[in-house]
Design a protein around this ligand. Structure first.
Ligand code: DGL
Length: 222
């Protein structure tokens, strides 16, 4: 296949990665994309590492053999933290991963409370711990979420229904000045987080890794 028309593969456990696809399409409007959603095995955020590794291999293999993808975006923080290193060791195709946007958040709001929402699996990974070790995290509060991704996935056509859960999670942290969305599903809840702080007449800055990932993809493709 002509390398210029070979597609870019993107996958996630569910629909969360569509928020990454949106950003990639914005920065690379002339590229073709194939999106795989591993809904049968959703969610990854409470599975074992070995299970997630098997799934990321299966999806990558399919994107490479069936679609001849020229690059793959692992549009999932959980899958990236568990499996991207192995994928890079196994394949010569470039892989772009997602990681919680802790760096921009702590650089922009160094002295105030920042809340990181993430999946329980991401939080346990060495890759994630290495990322944390690079920063002064004394003002960072990490809140692993057992079922927020599932709530969003189940209500993707009417995400407003997830507002009560957002309210419950954030009420004890209404003094935060920044929120880091450490799961691609949570990006769909961004308007709800904005609404929560707006209702309290408070300012909030929200960070996600989507634009960074899309920019890395663009740089990789030259
Ligand atoms: N979208 C995935 C992430 O970014 C997680 C959702 C899941 O638990 O499967 O971490």
């Amino acid at each position: 296949m002509n390398p210029n028309t070979r597609p870019i593969g993107i996958f996630d456990s569910g629909t969360g990665g569509l928020s990454v696809l949106r950003e990639c399409k914005r920065l690379l409007p002339n590229e073709n994309f194939v999106y795989l959603c591993d809904r049968e095995f959703f969610p990854y955020g409470n599975k074992s590492n070995s299970f997630i590794k098997k799934r990321v291999f299966a999806l990558s293999e399919r994107l490479l053999t069936e679609y001849d993808c020229k690059a793959i975006v692992v549009a999932c923080n959980t899958a990236t933290n568990v499996g991207i290193q192995m994928l890079r060791e196994k394949y010569s195709t470039p892989f772009v991963g997602l990681e919680p946007a802790i760096k921009p958040a702590l650089e922009e709001i160094p002295k105030e409370k920042v809340v990181l929402l993430t999946t329980p699996v991401t939080m346990r990974q060495e890759k994630f711990k290495n990322l944390l070790s690079k920063f002064d995290i004394s003002n960072l509060v990490i809140l692993p979420q057992k079922d927020l991704a599932s709530q969003i996935e189940d209500n993707i056509d009417d995400v407003d229904k997830v507002y009560p859960q957002i309210e419950e999670i954030l009420t004890p942290h209404s003094d935060a000045k920044g929120i880091v969305l450490g799961c691609t599903h949570y990006v769909f809840a961004k308007p709800l987080i904005e609404k929560f702080f707006e209702n309290l007449s408070k300012q909030i800055k929200i960070f996600d890794g989507n634009e960074g990932a899309a920019r890395r993809l663009k740089d990789l493709l030259g």
